[in-house]
Write a protein that binds this ligand. Structure first.
Ligand SMILES: Cc1cc2nc3c(=O)[nH]c(=O)nc-3n(C[C@H](O)[C@H](O)[C@H](O)COP(=O)(O)OP(=O)(O)OC[C@H]3O[C@@H](n4cnc5c(N)ncnc54)[C@H](O)[C@@H]3O)c2cc1C
Length: 377
């Protein structure tokens, strides 16, 4: 049987994971992307900016996301167990809430309750363990992701499975991907894993940035991650503070901020100050041991940065469509984008769903009208 050829546009965590799933399923895969792992940081390439940890934000309102996150947690856990070199690490996470957990029927569908279904060592915190101002919380084993290292690991896996990688300029249309290399002209299917780029390339105006500002500090003695959530008050946005240790670097990533539709790539001084104050309150051990009890001026700041989460109204889009390959042929197109602030923790499940959809559309073929019936996952 002839091997079918797939082009994956995008080399963030979503494109690389999708390429691996396609290669494992027997397709010949070519990745085409403007930005690649190891490049200097760019505001247009989200993946290297992420903290990151696997701590799901899914609630009962989005059980599809819960399933994606739970499945990806399982795959990542297996990777840690099978490969000592994968830059993923089990670590303890503490979650604090300033509002009580829902009661009645909704209790089982809160963010924490859903995480209790699959995180090892899950335990609700005793009131004596809660910091002032919080009313409930939980601790469990999560997964920390060294994002630059993990992207390099995924790229190596793509290459070792026989995948090819082509750097391109900024494409103005997805059809241009067929022309990046002469060998791509006859590809059987195109996958769109362009994150925020999908806003213009599809075009899909449901895609927008959720701006995240970070402060990275040196604190190798901090091994535990913490998150505190609470309601908006005093004209400030909702409480959303987190500390994520970045393994092997000695650094801790401090956040958070989630500013909808804000494209500003520069760190703002007022936001950095707020993040430092709130995170130091959350994790006093961010200060060097000889400066405990000090102020934010005693933090060893390494970097202040901004990343844009590729959010999509309606959630992640995994759907089939068709595209013209520039020579008048209609080719199946499978979208996998819009992963917002959860692209790493949903990556393997969404890659599997996209690869399954490729199999379905190629088996079904184009209809007589030249279209593939659209499937939404
Ligand atoms: C501050 C911050 C913290 C985060 N923390 C977490 C976390 O803890 N856990 C978690 O799971 N997620 C986290 N995220 C979210 C996560 O980083 C994203 O969901 C994920 O990186 C999206 O990956 P992607 O592959 O879709 O997009 P990207 O990484 O942006 O990759 C897009 C790819 O498409 C290519 N591309 C785009 N447009 C074009 C074009 N026109 N022509 C050619 N190529 C193009 C790019 O070059 C790139 O290769 C965080 C994000 C931020 C900003």
């Amino acid at each position: 049987m002839t091997t079918q050829c797939a082009i994956v546009v995008g080399a963030g965590v979503v494109g690389l994971s999708t390429a691996i799933k396609l290669l494992e399923a027997g397709y010949k895969v070519d990745i085409v992307a403007r930005d690649l792992p190891g490049d200097p940081l760019s505001i247009e390439y989200t993946s290297p900016w992420a903290g990151a940890h696997h701590v799901s934000v899914a609630t009962g309102a989005d059980m599809r996301l819960h399933e994606f996150d739970a499945r990806t947690f399982k795959v990542m856990s297996e990777l840690i167990e099978q490969d000592p070199h994968v830059p993923l690490y089990f670590a303890t996470q503490r979650e604090y809430r300033e509002e009580p957990e829902p009661t009645g029927e909704d209790a089982a569908l809160s963010q924490l309750s859903l995480m209790s279904r699959y995180h090892p060592n899950f335990r609700w915190l005793d009131p004596s363990e809660l910091p002032e101002g919080t009313v409930c919380g939980a601790t469990f084993t999560c997964i920390l992701i060294h994002t630059p290292g993990y992207l390099a690991y995924l790229l190596d896996r793509v290459k070792s499975l026989g995948g090819r990688v082509h750097r391109c300029g900024a494409l103005t249309s997805l059809s241009d991907a067929f022309e990046v290399d002469p060998s791509l002209a006859n590809a059987n299917v195109l996958l769109n894993c362009t994150g925020l780029g999908a806003r213009r390339l599809v075009p899909d105006l449901k895609v927008f940035p959720t701006r995240g500002q970070l402060v990275i500090v040196n604190a190798p003695w901090v091994r535990e991650g913490k998150t505190r959530l609470g309601p908006a008050r005093d004209g400030q946005p909702r409480v959303y503070d987190y500390t994520i240790p970045r393994p092997k670097t000695g650094h801790v990533v401090l956040g958070g901020c989630a500013e909808k539709d804000n494209w500003d790539p520069r760190p703002r001084a007022d936001m950095s100050r707020r993040i430092k104050e709130r995170c130091l309150d959350l994790e006093p051990e961010l200060l060097p041991p000889n400066k405990r009890g000090g102020t934010i001026d005693d933090l060893e700041v390494v970097q202040e940065a901004v990343g844009l989460r590729p959010t999509r109204e309606g959630g992640i889009r995994i759907e089939a469509d068709i595209i013209d390959n520039g020579r008048g042929d209609k080719i199946p197109l499978v979208h996998n984008y819009g992963h917002g602030g959860y692209g790493f923790q949903s990556s393997w499940a969404t890659a599997e769903a996209a690869a399954d959809l490729v199999k379905t559309v190629l088996a079904r073929g184009l209809t007589s009208s030249g279209t593939v019936r659209t499937a939404r996952l």
